[in-house]
Design a protein around this ligand. Structure first.
Ligand SMILES: *Cc1c(COP(=O)(O)O)cnc(C)c1O
Length: 397
């Protein structure tokens, strides 16, 4: 099997999604399952749907189109504001989009009329994180205008916190969203189907004791895929943290000085790497004072964000360039040709899933055939394998 590759444990993703869907259902909250960190993986979307998410959330129209080409017929929400230049593709492929700009909403209406479709609009409200959102004072006017436009349906409102500025979803900003929803319902004389309170950073708030008000939907990506809440990156009770593993191959293993020789300036990616935990002439361990076993794995910035990797236990990542990941391998010396396995955080996952150099290997789902039963199938030449049989989804290529 080729390296680098990312192993995607569909059964673990489904497990995480099922638990979160069930927990939130008890609070009257549905889940929009966000696949953007997987570049709109149809197989990941399928297990999210099987777990009970009510919509698939994607940030890029290309990924939505990939999902549609794979045969996904589920409800899809475009969670990034559509580009004005892409409204036709948005109406053709997404059921709902999240919006903040009246000119874009007008264009969506035009595209919906032209395509004889109805397109749902969720208006995003700015509640302190200072990324996307209509100012609360302008919300009613934009909503009143949206409901008059042909081809569109005002599905609801939403907000997004904790993304740009790290603003924590709490009872104050969530009550504000509920009040805005109540006021809009009165103003328009109609119910809002969706009040989308936020992302994985909202889970602590949702499970707090204060009640969830009018919020009836959360858009969850990281918590489902990596099993952690994003405010402190704490593990979420009962969830798998190991749905994704990045595997790289060792291309060099040698005892070398722990400290570089010569005058030191900037390295290829900024400051030179730390010389490791035992750096220095008196360091013990390794093969002798001042030396340590360094291994090079054929992985770099072109494959993954090296800062988002967790090394195998007993090893330390010293640094990375575009193509080389250098580790202090401690007391263990994995030879050239052996493989090392790394856990990924959200940044590392995103980069690995978008790199053309990283093969994707699907494992699971729980209910499907096991790993040994299928021949690997390639999706794109050289980068996509599937271990078990397809789950009723048509694979491209
Ligand atoms: C990425 C994103 C999400 C999902 O965020 P997670 O922290 O991965 O749960 C939800 N909503 C919007 C608007 C996003 O951009």
């Amino acid at each position: 099997m080729t390296a680098p590759r990312i192993e995607i444990h569909l059964d673990r993703i489904q497990h995480n999604a099922t638990i979160l869907v069930d927990r939130l259902r008890g609070l009257g909250i549905s889940v929009t399952g966000v696949t953007k960190a997987t570049s709109g993986s149809p197989e990941v979307a399928a297990v999210l749907v099987a777990a009970g998410v009510t919509s698939i959330g994607e940030s890029r129209i290309e990924n939505v189109e990939r999902l549609r080409r794979s045969g996904l017929s589920s409800h899809v929400t475009l969670i990034r504001s559509p580009m004005l230049s892409q409204v036709g593709r948005v109406v053709a492929n997404a059921d709902v989009s999240m919006n903040t700009e009246p000119t874009v909403i007008d264009a969506l209406s035009g595209a919906a009329v032209a395509q004889e479709r109805r397109h749902g609009v969720i208006l995003m409200v700015e509640l302190g994180d200072l990324r996307e959102g209509i100012l609360p004072a302008d919300l009613a006017a934009v909503a009143r205008r949206t409901v008059t436009l042909p081809g569109l349906e005002l599905v609801g409102i939403g907000t997004n916190l904790a993304c740009l500025s790290g603003v924590v979803p709490d009872s104050a900003n969530m009550s504000r969203l509920s009040s805005l929803a109540d006021a809009l319902t009165l103003d328009l004389g109609r119910e809002l189907a969706v009040v989308s309170g936020g992302n994985s950073a909202n889970l602590d708030w949702a499970h707090g004791s204060a009640g969830v008000g009018r919020i009836d939907d959360l858009r969850l990506g990281e918590s489902i895929l990596l099993g952690r809440e994003p405010l402190r990156r704490d593990p979420i009770d009962g969830l798998r943290l190991d749905a994704f593993t990045l595997v790289g191959e060792v291309i060099e293993a040698k005892a070398k000085d722990r400290r570089p020789t010569g005058t030191v300036a900037q390295a290829a990616f900024g400051s030179a790497p730390d010389s490791g935990p035992n750096a220095g002439p008196d360091a013990a361990g390794g093969t002798g004072p001042g030396t340590g076993t360094r291994v090079i794995v054929a992985l770099g910035h072109q494959d993954v964000d090296p800062d988002g990797l967790t090394a195998p236990s007993g090893m330390t990542i010293l640094g990375a360039g575009s193509d080389h990941l250098v580790l202090d391998s401690g007391t263990h010396t994995p030879p050239a040709g052996s493989e090392l396995r790394f856990q990924v955080d959200y940044r590392a996952l995103l980069r690995a899933m978008t790199s053309p150099f990283v093969d994707q290997v699907l494992v699971g789902p729980a209910s499907g055939p096991t790993l040994a039963s299928g021949t690997p199938r390639r999706r794109r030449p050289g980068r996509y394998h599937r271990m078990p049989a397809a789950m009723g989804l048509r694979l491209e290529g």
